[in-house]
Design a protein around this ligand. Structure first.
Ligand code: NI
Length: 383
């Protein structure tokens, strides 16, 4: 809890987790980690730590991952450990993940002679970054070399405090973006015949985009396309020269996801023909779907049931939010669970990324126990 409060009070944005990283290193050393057990700094920054327990022991290797970055939000909680870094806030619970993984590091280090294998702890920067996602960079820089499986978890505000949620197969959506620039020919609002109006193409694009979901995709597959930014024009009587549109796209089925850029481009091309505009469309692949491996996820479920009782473990619905943990799962079997922190009496049920988001400290031990328990059980069942 003290570590969680420390990280909460000193939040740092993606790829700027420098003090955070120093605190992790210092804490790990106090638990008995040696310099040669640690790798510090990823993506050309000083952010992020890989810590190994028993790296020279013959046997299976499981990685545990916790993300450590904060968000550009002004905190509105009135707590003693309120953010001291103006405009930056741990509003997604990554302060907790960091503390939980340190807790697991302490537990696992204390029993390292009994562990029948190797545990790798990934203190991952920049989960929130999107384009330069921390998981992707850490993988490119060797985080999964020699690793057989990976487990991660997220504290989750819409899950009641103390409950653990799991799901086998697709769990959290892919999260992509797009940018569309429509070029017309600006002119006087009174004389459309001398202009090519890009707002007509833009308006049609907004509507037609949704027909991909309603008329082209299998209704049993889920896709969300939302436009978050639409910018055109400068005055009421001017036909604008161009329109810019940005949006986000979420889905669970990788085949559906891969089909979307061409479908969207086709609509853009058709609208250009129809309206005489030209357009530049870019689909930005960001985060893949979080797909939980059955074996690893069932280990997590069993561990949670053993420690907390079956009443406290339930299946999660599909979640439309994205999680860069998915990059690890593209490479090796991985499981991801939620640790419920939602308690309306404590105000810990506010949505993630809200300025009022907070974590129920009384359930942190469950996150530590699950991390450590999964590592133990995985190693024992694969030795
Ligand atoms: Ni998060």
């Amino acid at each position: 809890v003290a570590l969680r409060h420390h990280f909460h009070a000193h939040p740092e944005l993606s790829w700027k987790e420098v003090q955070t990283t120093q605190k992790i290193v210092e804490t790990l050393k106090s638990y008995g980690f040696k310099e040669e057990d640690l790798r510090v700094g990823f993506g050309g920054t000083s952010s992020g730590v890989i810590a190994d327990i028993n790296k020279d022991v013959d046997g299976p290797c499981i990685a545990l991952r916790g993300d450590i970055d904060a968000l550009p939000i002004v905190e509105e909680n009135d707590v003693s450990y309120k953010s001291q870094n103006e405009g930056v806030m741990h509003a997604c619970g990554h302060d907790a993940h960091n503390a939980l993984l340190l807790g697991a590091a302490k537990v696992l280090m204390s029993m390292k002679d009994e562990l029948p294998g190797h545990v790798r702890l990934l203190f991952q920067p920049a989960e929130e970054h999107g384009i330069k996602a921390g998981a992707n960079i850490m993988i490119k820089e060797g985080a999964l070399e020699g690793v057989d499986a990976i487990y991660g978890q997220h504290v989750w505000a819409s899950v009641p405090s103390g409950k653990i949620q799991y799901k086998i197969g697709p769990f959290m959506a892919s999260a992509d973006g797009f940018e569309l620039k429509i070029q017309g020919k600006g002119g006087h609002g009174s004389a459309p015949q001398y202009s090519v109006d890009p707002t007509i193409a833009a308006a049609n694009f907004v509507f037609n985009l949704q027909t991909i979901i309603s008329r082209e995709i299998d209704p049993q597959d889920t896709v969300v396309m939302s436009i978050g930014k639409l910018q055109a024009g400068s005055a009421f009587n001017i036909i604008p020269d161009k329109v810019g549109i940005n949006g986000t796209i979420r889905t669970f089925n990788p085949e559906v996801r891969n089909s979307l850029p061409d479908r969207m481009q086709r609509i853009v091309d058709g609208l250009c023909t129809m309206t005489r505009c030209t357009a530049d469309f870019e689909y930005q692949k960001m985060i893949p779907t979080t797909i939980n491996d059955e074996e690893v996820e069932l280990i997590a479920k069993d561990v949670a049931e053993d420690i907390f009782g079956a009443d406290n473990v339930e299946e999660s619905p599909l979640i439309m939010g994205g999680e860069d943990f998915a990059f690890y799962q593209e490479k090796i079997p991985g499981g991801f669970c939620f640790v419920g922190i939602g308690n309306p009496d404590k105000g810990t049920d506010n949505p993630h990324h809200s300025p009022h988001f907070n974590v129920d400290d009384e359930v942190l031990w469950k996150g530590v126990a699950t991390y450590a328990g999964v590592a133990w059980k995985y190693l024992v069942s694969h030795k």
